[in-house]
Write a protein that binds this ligand. Structure first.
Ligand code: COA
Length: 255
């Protein structure tokens, strides 16, 4: 499926969403944001989702500054709400979502990557919560998700100073899991997505749900949640099959 500035491709359980507005370095204007929301909404059945930007320069260079310059408080509130809704949908998607960060990930682009489960970056990627220099602050989850991922000290430097991190530095602080040459990014991400897609689906969703609770619940409640999720997987086809395959020394055939 495709919209003017977003494409969605699906193959073998892997949905790939590409923000495709290269003239503006894939910045998320109102129409692109809406297309992104619709695209994410079409991926409910995917076993793995990839989010990336078109071209070789940018993942997403942020919210659209041209659009934001003149908007009212009410319009800004709506713009913030839509962004949060999409990024929450990504963060709580049943399937793991991988950000293939192929260039600039500034402002809302960095926040889009932060909402994903895994981030793989090309060597030319640059990350930044650069909003301070526009007279605003991160508004699509950056103050919260960045701090949880990289820790308070790094998050404060990035948000207060608009500090940009190259891919290697982003890996050092834990903002990305892996840095690869740009020419290899697509292959590395497709292999990772295929590996995830081949795993048992319900167990994968349960794993994501449990990990998502780390920052939402006190540990005692998180541990109780894990116990319930864990026991709820017994009796599923994939639990029976995974364990039978191990005992019979063969490859499992998951649903
Ligand atoms: N919103 C709207 N347009 C944007 C944009 C954004 N966030 N980021 C880039 N663009 C546009 C530029 O205005 C330019 O358009 P033009 O060709 O019509 O003039 C085009 O994308 C290319 O950008 P340009 O600045 O010329 O490229 P560059 O390679 O010199 O610099 C960046 C790239 C990413 C360093 C620079 O574009 C930048 O700092 N962008 C803003 C990033 C930002 O602050 N994002 C947070 C927003 S909340």
């Amino acid at each position: 499926m495709s919209w003017e500035t977003v494409t969605l491709e699906e193959s073998e359980g892997i949905a790939t969403i590409t923000v495709d507005r290269p003239d503006s370095l894939n910045a998320l204007n109102r129409e692109t944001l809406q297309a992104l929301e619709e695209a994410v909404g079409e991926t409910d059945d995917a076993r793995a989702v990839v989010v990336t930007g078109a071209g070789k320069d940018a993942f997403v260079a942020g919210a659209d500054i041209g659009y934001m310059q003149e908007i009212s408080t009410n319009e800004a509130q709506e713009y913030a709400e839509v962004g949060h809704r999409i990024f929450d949908a990504i963060a709580t998607h049943d399937a793991p979502v991988i950000a293939a960060v192929n260039g600039y990930a500034f402002g809302g682009g960095c926040e889009l990557a932060l909402a994903c489960d895994l981030r793989v970056a090309s060597e030319n990627a640059v990350f930044g919560q650069t909003e301070i220099d526009l007279g605003i602050v991160p508004g699509w989850g950056g103050t919260q998700r960045l701090s949880r991922l990289v820790g308070d000290a790094t998050a404060r430097r990035m948000v207060f100073l608009g500090e940009r991190l190259d891919a290697a530095s982003a890996a050092e602080v834990g903002l990305v899991g892996e840095v690869v040459p740009q020419a290899e990014l697509d292959d590395v991400v497709s292999d990772l997505a295929a590996e995830i897609a081949a795993k048992p689906k319900f167990a994968m969703t349960a794993a994501k749900e449990a990990l998502n609770q780390v920052h939402e619940m006190p540990q005692s409640a998180g541990l109780a949640f894990e116990r319930r999720l864990w026991s709820g997987l017994f009796g599923t086809h994939d639990q029976r099959e995974g364990m039978a395959a191990f005992l019979e020394d063969r490859e499992p055939e998951f649903e």
